[in-house]
Design a protein around this ligand. Structure first.
Ligand code: CDP
Ligand code: CDP
Length: 218
């Protein structure tokens, strides 16, 4: 058991998880943990080193020989791979195209899940991803699933000027064997199709209050 508060936010690609989680974390003064960035970082590492992302053995070997360090800076999670910050590469086309394949590998999930749990030893967190409420912190009472229609999500990603095959990623993410994208049975589902980021944050905030989370002066 961990002593800190975990607010889990899951959902499909471009549903608004990151924007909502970041804004909520700032409001609550919790640490914002972007677990997608961790899977993206490992994907970039494999692509950069020329390791085929479908070769579980070679990916595992690569991770074994790489120092993976997670931390917190300015209230947000960070990740370094052998002291290199992969941030500039995380939305590269090659990363978008390969991250879901990397995320099917049980060894990769085991390592990153361990790192994600470690954040909650030290901080209250708003953690965002695909399996946070269902697999990483199944015991937290604060679980949200943020959704939006496929059309709206495609539009949101396109407006960001990013080339991304979100439908393909969603399909792989929802059908993989190890901790797929699912709605945890006790998650509060929010359809954000017709909501702003502030609207979604407001709904989550109201729900947290209802659930008795101590929110101080907020
Ligand atoms: O922001 P976006 O929805 O585009 O994706 P992301 O959150 O950055 O996650 C990128 C990919 O990482 C997802 O498509 C999943 O394949 C994987 N992922 C995962 O498997 N489990 C998580 N907790 C977070 C991300
Ligand atoms: O993390 P995820 O891929 O789920 O989504 P995001 O990167 O937070 O959001 C994708 C884009 O949709 C961003 O440009 C957000 O500002 C926008 N968005 C929106 O227009 N309305 C919302 N309710 C949520 C996000």
């Amino acid at each position: 058991d961990h002593p800190h508060i975990v607010i889990a936010i899951d959902g499909p690609a471009a549903s608004g998880k990151s924007s909502v989680a970041r804004a909520l974390a700032r409001k609550l003064r919790y640490v914002y943990v972007n677990t997608g960035a961790m899977y993206r970082a490992v994907t970039w590492l494999a692509v950069d080193k020329g390791v085929p992302v479908v070769d579980a053995g070679r990916v595992q070997q690569l991770l074994h020989f790489t120092k993976v360090e997670c931390g917190v800076e300015d209230g947000q999670s960070t990740i370094l791979l052998d002291d290199v910050d992969p941030t500039p590469h995380l939305v590269d086309e090659a990363v978008n195209a390969n991250v879901s394949a990397i995320a099917t590998l049980p060894d990769v999930r085991r390592l990153l899940t361990e790192k994600q749990r470690a954040f909650a030893y030290d901080y209250d967190v708003v953690m965002e991803g695909r399996d946070i409420g269902s697999a990483v912190f199944p015991e937290t009472p604060y679980k949200f699933y943020v959704d939006a229609s496929p059309e709206i999500r495609a539009l949101r990603r396109a407006r960001q000027g990013l080339q991304d095959s979100i439908a393909a990623r969603d399909k792989v993410d929802s059908s993989r064997r190890t901790s797929p994208l699912v709605i945890a049975e006790d998650a509060h589902v929010i359809d954000s199709s017709n909501l702003t980021v502030e609207g979604v944050v407001g709904e989550i905030f109201g729900r947290l209050k209802q659930k008795g989370l101590p929110l101080g002066e907020l």
